[in-house]
Write a new protein. Structure first.
Length: 89
């Protein structure tokens, strides 16, 4: 099939004068879509709370250190033997 130049010109005039049909204007993406967001689960939120409490605590428990310092530093040999027997039997 041979397409003449006058046929192409006629078709282009037809498309140039007509309004597009079957199309619609879409609003900007920001107004249509919600912004991205995420929500943490309850377990993660409670872990975060615990972690914040731990970070706020002192690294050394001074009352425990003082209690250990008040005890005798060297246990008696009978205490050591009793503990060893209790662990074994």
């Amino acid at each position: 099939m041979l397409i003449g130049n006058h046929a192409v010109a006629a078709v282009s005039r037809l498309y140039a004068g007509s309004q597009p049909t079957g199309t619609r204007r879409v609003d900007a993406a920001g107004t249509v879509q919600r912004p991205d967001a995420f929500e943490l689960s309850g377990e993660v939120q409670s872990f975060g709370d615990i972690l914040q409490k731990l970070r706020g605590m002192d690294d050394v428990r001074t009352e425990r250190v003082e209690a250990l310092a008040a005890r005798a530093q060297e246990p008696s040999s009978s205490d050591i033997a009793a503990k060893m027997l209790a662990m074994r039997y």
